[in-house]
Design a protein around this ligand. Structure first.
Ligand code: DGL
Length: 256
């Protein structure tokens, strides 16, 4: 089916998912929206997040997308259930990768690093009931703001991360879950602050789920189709589009 895939985030974080998706599904065409004007979502109420999400979803629906990928843990927790009830196209969301991290656990703790909003919503409470043994939620205050400002490395982000993690890392830690799609963009800084600790994100799992849904619905584009992507922002395009393009280069991909 020749329709595009709609993908969005509160801002730049979704680029880490888009990169993985483009890599895994090279024949598909993606339309990406970063709601940079309203970022961060993670310190807003559920109602505020839902209002922002709906505005971006409306833009993507106008482009006749065949599936919606919410490349944002916070927006998924706030709005995925409602959107699934209202839309006729499939809606794929994200959640902190607590399940795979749980399998890495020996005797130490698993730190679940995510936005305050994600960590306080019901969806996360349910996840903790299932896989939360030894898991400690860690709120990422100030981190998304740095990334949106283009500070993915250097003193500022390192000092924010040290102030969040140093106390927690006094205890044996088996893994850190990157429960916000912005965080894979600062893997290098995180590795400096928490050396040797596995950093687990849910991007590949989510993109594999996207592929499964497309296969199941018979709407994958054929192997001869030329894929691609468009980048859009609700914020200042002269500021955010160059940052998105730069991060599309830098973002790591897991799939081989
Ligand atoms: N990237 C988003 C997430 O995965 C949220 C960042 C924010 O806007 O606070 O949770």
């Amino acid at each position: 089916m020749d329709r595009p895939i709609g993908i969005f985030d509160s801002g730049l974080g979704g680029i880490s998912v888009l990169k993985e998706a483009v890599h895994l599904l090279p024949n598909e065409y993606f339309i990406f929206y970063g709601d940079n004007k309203n970022s961060p979502y993670g310190i807003k109420t559920r109602e505020q997040i839902d209002t922002c999400v709906q505005r971006v979803v409306d833009r993507l629906l106008q482009r006749n997308v065949k599936v919606l990928l919410i490349a944002c843990n916070t927006a998924t927790a706030a709005s995925a259930q409602r959107l699934r009830g209202e839309l006729t196209i499939p809606v794929i969301g994200m959640e902190p990768a607590l399940k795979p991290a749980h399998e890495l656990r020996h005797s130490g703790q698993i730190l679940v690093f995510a936005t305050p909003a994600t960590l306080h919503m019901d969806k996360f409470r349910h996840l903790m009931e299932l896989y939360g043994e030894g898991a400690v939620p860690v709120e990422g205050y100030g981190v998304v703001e740095c990334i949106e400002a283009g500070q993915v490395s250097g003193e500022k982000i390192l000092s924010v991360l040290h102030s969040i993690f140093d106390e927690h890392l006094k205890k044996k830690t088996d893994a850190i879950v990157l429960g916000c799609t912005h965080y894979p963009l600062i893997r290098q800084a995180l590795a400096q602050v928490a050396p040797g600790i596995p950093l687990i994100d849910g991007n590949l799992g989510t993109v594999r789920q996207l592929r499964r849904v497309l296969e199941r619905n018979g709407c994958l584009r054929p192997p001869e189709a030329t894929g691609g992507y468009e980048l859009h922002t609700t914020g200042d395009a002269s500021v955010f589009l160059p940052r998105m393009r730069m991060l599309m280069e830098l973002a790591p991909v897991t799939a081989q």
